[in-house]
Design a protein around this ligand. Structure first.
Ligand code: FMN
Ligand SMILES: CCCCCCC(=O)C(=O)O
Length: 392
């Protein structure tokens, strides 16, 4: 059994004399060398046969770019707005549980990295720092991701705390009524090391996360106990009535659900397969994006996540109608390798690559990016190697 140990999160090797990683994938290689293998697997892995995990990358590789030339691209403007607030770039950080698995500081380091670029951060319900600590460390926009728990008063209290701490939106994850079977975690008997806990929840809702056994994942057992698998569209009205904060649904993949959400006055959608970690066999988020965008009025903003690893990926998602993309694993790789500075370098790389891609395709502003930029080829560019699978 390859269970995580109680050893401290890694010292950051990028501080040493080695060659600095250049791309997000370089960060993945460096992070993998650093992390406990069970932690690496928890982060890298997907559900089932990991078909959807691989599909997220393949979807991006199917698109080629159709550049325009002789356009003045001496300055490219990356700024946009999200839910009416300006952001410096259309790239934000996806909600991810337990950043302290990869860095002793955790979410407060991540949010400082995002703040340095004025990028959006979405903090997870299962953060390993409290939402208040994260808000104090933030200088960029901050949204809170919510898992709706059986005990509604816990959810309600998270909503109140988010309002008080200055969060600007609530992101309700709707693709995880239960946790999918993630076989890497089951094989590893994945559990949290003793110094890490879901800091936003009280002891009554955090038990059992620290003792693993081969064949089981304590995160899955915890979700079975506490997640409300009976939460439906009707219950969303309850959440709506609780707060004036904008609501964003994360994990929508069909026009039907998108329309239903927009009809209920939801302000935003995140098209997502949870990074290939929930329904295995689900359509890639990038492939679902056009139908979701077409189904909702402009007032309902559509973001996408899953498999974004290059600035050209961001460009492709924007061309298919996304208002912004979210990045998950690459941020944890950067954090593992270099703490806040490492996460910031990953985001900066993506930002600079996007600026380059905009210049080289003759699209100097976000509003010049549209579907005419894309050519869809029938097959992925390159078969994925086993290594790609883990970097996916
Ligand atoms: C380690 C890890 C933890 C995650 N935790 C959450 C979570 O707490 N809530 C949530 O809505 N999504 C969670 N996700 C899914 C991400 O928000 C996002 O959808 C996905 O990682 C995007 O794909 P990418 O990692 O390929 O960029 C998690 C993903 C990872 C890799
Ligand atoms: C899906 C229920 C447990 C959530 C744990 C954090 C998470 O979303 C993940 O993908 O891991």
């Amino acid at each position: 059994m390859n269970a995580p140990t109680d050893r401290a999160a890694p010292a950051h090797p990028a501080d040493g004399p080695e060659q600095e990683p250049l791309s997000p994938r370089d960060y993945a290689t460096a992070a993998r060398a650093e992390l406990d293998p069970a932690v690496w697997d928890y982060i890298a892995g997907g559900s089932g046969d990991e078909v959807t995990l691989r599909g997220e990358r393949a979807a991006y590789d199917r698109y080629r770019l159709r550049p325009r030339t002789l356009v003045d691209v001496s300055y490219c403007e990356l700024g946009t707005t999200l839910l009416g607030r300006p952001v410096a770039l259309p790239i934000g950080i996806a909600p991810m549980a337990y950043h302290r698995l990869v860095d002793a500081e955790g979410e407060t380091a991540t949010v400082r990295a995002a703040g340095a670029l004025d990028a959006l951060t979405i903090t997870s319900t299962f953060a390993s720092r409290t939402l208040e600590e994260t808000a104090r460390a933030a200088s960029g926009p901050l949204w809170l991701q919510l898992y709706v728990l059986r005990e509604r008063k816990v959810t309600e209290s998270l909503v109140r705390r988010a309002e008080a701490a200055g969060y600007r939106a609530l992101v309700i994850t709707v693709d995880a009524p239960r946790m999918a079977r993630r076989e890497r975690d089951l094989r590893n008997g994945f559990h949290l090391p003793s110094h890490i806990r879901p800091a936003n929840l009280d002891d009554e809702h955090t038990g059992g996360l620290h003792t693993g056994r081969a064949g089981g994942s304590t995160l899955a057992a915890h979700a079975d106990r506490h997640h409300d698998a009976a939460f439906t569209w009707q219950d969303l009205a309850w959440l709506r009535s609780l707060t004036g904060l904008p609501l964003v649904l994360k994990g929508v993949l069909t026009a039907q659900d998108a329309r239903q959400a927009a009809d209920l006055g939801v302000e935003g959608l995140i098209v997502s397969t949870h990074g290939g970690r929930q329904l295995d066999g689900a359509i890639a988020a990038l492939d679902a994006l056009p139908e979701v965008v077409a189904a909702v009025p402009d007032a309902c903003e559509v973001l996408v996540d899953g498999g974004v690893r290059r600035g050209t990926d961001v460009l492709k998602a924007l061309a298919l109608g996304a208002r912004a993309v979210l990045v998950g694993r690459p941020v944890l790789w950067g954090l593992a390798v270099g703490g806040a500075a490492g996460a910031e370098r990953v985001l900066t790389t993506l930002r600079d690559e996007l600026a380059e891609a905009m210049a080289l395709t003759g699209r100097p502003r976000i509003d010049t990016i549209g579907p005419d930029l894309l050519h869809r080829s029938p097959d992925p560019a390159y078969p994925l190697t086993p290594d790609d699978r883990d970097m996916a």
